[in-house]
Design a binder for this molecule. Structure first.
Ligand code: ADE
Length: 421
């Protein structure tokens, strides 16, 4: 007998997972339409897809779409803490999709699960953070010959892949789903904005009104976090290294200052910079008693937790997802979800309505890759503009929003240069 083709926490959770997957599906009208077309046309017939994504109800609906499109998909987690165990169970028991993901898995199990997904010998990779592609290139390069191409979901993954391409290391074409406007303008901003605040509140139950909330970074994710924290009555301070983004934050009405200046002021700190040690040992030394620190960036490197551990005399766990570090001077600093992305660790990630567009991009990019990948160079590609626009059109239609069209006169004007004042 071979190994079971899955590793999930408990298959008995499948019923609960199925019902939550159906609930999310109601909020994913664009993906539903794509699934119906895929079921009829089978554009992914015979294609083995290995997906390394957060195992959520929304991801389950993407996996169903790929399978209905004729693909043979397998799924592993893209973060050790983001898996919804009931969803993983349902994918295996209800939808017959091999899944390797357990919430809270250690690093070795995380990579063993990636390896198990690669054992599926994929033709297309679907990544969120580029751990699958990086493992494929470093320790499973024997599989490269079978790969047509891949897709990448997130900012951090796209940055890693561009670095691989610049080094001449990338061996197959990848579509940067994150770069689609129907992805980052909505998922990163409204999705991260809402789900990050949701994660902080579920973990702590603190009131945001009147608090000083320090948001590190002012990319699309941080913009959403700052906007939603402000909407709940917090006084938001932004820290940035890029002068244009910092200027934008000032003009959006936030106080902008270096993190060393913000450290003594903040009640809550949220990092979303994509870089290492945005909050470092020197900043912990300045924070006030009771300060809470969370991360919403892809990797758990943005807060220097080992430095805080080295300073602490004691660590307590007053609630799930909250670790309180007691310092020699008596101050208590809390880190949420061990610095892993708070929105997917302590909450459920972005709501389905926004993942609808992100995963429509994933499904259509996989279709594009299946059709065109063999003729593409090993580079990072944008989502074709036609796909991006079509997703926006379908989403508006699903929301019952109609828009105008250019008249022939307006079209002609836009293509002319003679007419001025
Ligand atoms: N990334 C952020 N939110 C997500 C979700 N709900 N499902 C999958 N990936 C996500």
């Amino acid at each position: 007998m071979g190994r079971p083709n899955y590793d999930v926490k408990d298959l008995a959770l499948a019923g609960e997972g199925r019902s939550r997957i159906a609930w999310a599906e109601q909020e994913m009208p664009v993906l539903r339409q794509i699934r119906a077309r895929f079921a009829a046309e089978k554009p992914l017939a015979g294609i083995r897809v290995a997906a390394c994504l957060h195992v959520t109800t929304e991801t389950a609906n993407l996996m169903r779409t790929l399978k209905d499109g004729g693909a043979d998909p397998v799924l592993c987690a893209s973060n050790p803490l983001s898996t919804q165990d009931d969803v993983a169970a349902a994918l295996v028991a209800e939808y017959g999709i091999p899944t390797f993901a357990i919430k809270g898995e250690d690093k070795d199990t995380y990579y063993a699960h990636i390896s198990a997904a690669l054992d599926h010998r994929p033709n297309i990779t679907m990544d969120d953070g580029a751990d699958l592609v990086s493992t494929l290139h470093s320790s499973r390069s024997d599989l490269l010959a079978g790969i047509i191409g891949g897709t990448e979901e997130t900012t951090t993954g796209v940055i890693r892949l561009r670095a691989m391409a610049a080094d001449g290391a990338l061996r197959f074409p990848i579509i940067a789903v994150n770069d689609a406007l129907t992805k980052h303008l909505f998922d990163n901003r409204y999705g991260t904005g809402q789900s990050t605040i949701d994660g902080v509140i579920r973990a702590t139950n603190i009131l945001l009104a009147g608090k000083n909330v320090v948001v590190s970074g002012y990319g699309w994710c941080s913009r959403g976090i700052a906007m939603r924290a402000k909407g709940m009555g917090a006084n938001v301070i932004v820290t940035e290294v890029d002068p244009l983004r910092a200027l934008e934050a000032v003009m959006d009405g936030y106080r902008v200052m270096p993190i060393a200046q913000a450290a003594p002021l903040g009640d809550l700190f949220i990092t979303s910079t994509g870089d290492i040690h945005a909050i470092d040992a020197a900043h912990f030394a300045l924070m006030k008693d009771g300060a809470i620190v969370a991360n919403s960036g892809h990797f758990n490197v943005e807060i220097n937790i080992p430095a805080l551990e080295a300073l602490a005399t004691e660590v307590r766990e007053p609630r799930p997802f909250v670790k309180q570090y007691i310092l020699p001077d008596g101050r208590k600093l809390a880190i949420l979800a061990d610095g892993r992305l708070i929105n997917l660790s302590a909450a459920e990630g972005h709501p389905a309505s926004v993942m609808d567009m992100s995963f429509a991009n994933q499904a259509l990019s996989a279709e594009h890759m299946a059709a065109q990948g063999k003729s593409l160079e090993p580079k990072v590609y944008s989502v074709p503009e036609a796909i991006d626009k079509e997703i926006a059109r379908l989403k508006l239609a699903a929301m019952g929003v109609a828009i105008d069209q250019l008249t022939a006169e307006q079209q002609a004007y836009l293509h002319s240069w003679q007419a001025g004042t």
